[in-house]
Design a protein around this ligand. Structure first.
Ligand code: AMP
Length: 299
């Protein structure tokens, strides 16, 4: 079992129709590792400033997250502020303060270099390349990105696409990357760029997994109160990759089950602000919702 997550550990300020929270703990690496922690012992490569709370570090460690790759630097922790409309699929980035994240060169601890699964979550694609070179021979490399990097570092993103096995993208990102409006066409075009699987997340409508000659659709769990959608994409990836790491094989059946676990983890995280839902969530509840999915889609 070895999953390494390269990503952001951050402070987020979030406003949704249900309220506002200032400088709560977030970040792609945080959400992803907490979700993956239900299946495996994820390892994180990230950087925070001296202002990052020790209680948050203790919480992550208590959830089985290995933080030997978390660097603490002089300066302030990365801070992101986002606002959501009534439609939770629409979000506006109000500000991004890179702080210690600026020029972050992710150094992979030697103990992590033999990882079998590497997840390059949302950070600068140049940082992804730098990190990837430090792993010996991962069996599975996955990546995620956002509009910010697709628009500012397009070439680096396309170079990276040629080196990864799985791309996680939401519908907007897939359209921006491929230039195709139709999602099926976008998925196909992205598979041609290198990854053997493209996981297209469609917010409250679920996700589509594309491969060569393979398509699998998974619903999102019906949820009538989306309190805070932040981290849903990262929790999806964490559930997906955490499950694969636990399974140890990456066949089509594993991929289907991984996609359902991804959707289940995403459906929990949006039920509360930030990472709060993880404080009470246990594996039994996750498996319960996994079984509910079976009923939801069987006919
Ligand atoms: P998601 O809602 O899954 O797309 O991810 C939200 C998380 O991404 C938040 O917790 C933010 O801290 C983090 N985030 C936002 N913008 C960036 C960025 N430019 N680089 C790295 N992480 C970011």
């Amino acid at each position: 079992m070895s999953l390494v997550i390269v990503g952001s550990v951050a402070f987020d300020t979030i406003e949704t129709p249900f309220g506002r929270r200032s400088r709560i703990v977030g970040g792609s690496g945080t959400y992803c590792s907490l979700a993956a922690g239900y299946f495996t012992r994820p390892r994180v490569v990230a950087v925070v400033g001296r202002d990052f709370p020790k209680s948050a570090v203790a919480f992550l460690k208590g959830r089985g997250v290995d933080l030997r790759g978390l660097k603490v630097r002089a300066g302030k922790t990365f801070h992101w502020e986002g606002r959501y409309e009534k439609d939770p699929n629409i979000r506006e980035t109000v500000r991004t303060d890179l702080n210690v994240f600026k020029d972050f060169r992710p150094e992979v601890p030697r103990a992590y270099a033999g990882a079998e699964i590497v997840y390059l979550s949302n950070i600068d694609p140049d940082g992804h390349e730098f990190a990837l070179r430090q792993f010996r021979k991962p069996k599975l490399v996955a990546m995620d990105t956002i509009r910010f990097w697709i628009e500012t570092k397009r070439e680096a993103i396309f170079r990276e696409l040629g080196r990864v096995d799985i791309l996680f993208a939401n519908d907007e990102e897939a359209r921006l990357m491929s230039g195709e409006l139709n999602l099926i066409a976008a998925g196909r075009a992205l598979v041609e760029r290198g990854p053997s699987l493209v996981v297209l997340k469609k917010g409250e409508h679920g996700a589509l997994v594309f491969g060569r000659g393979f398509v699998f659709g998974v619903l999102a769990h019906p949820c009538d109160h989306v309190i805070d959608p932040t981290g849903a994409g990262d929790a999806f990836a964490g559930g997906f990759l955490g499950y694969l790491d636990q399974a140890g094989t990456f066949g089509r059946r594993d991929i289907r089950r991984a996609a359902v676990y991804g959707s289940v983890l995403a459906s929990f995280v949006i039920e509360d602000f930030g990472i709060d839902r993880f404080r009470t969530l246990d594996r039994a509840a996750i498996d319960g919702r996994f079984r509910d999915f079976r009923k939801l889609i069987s006919f």
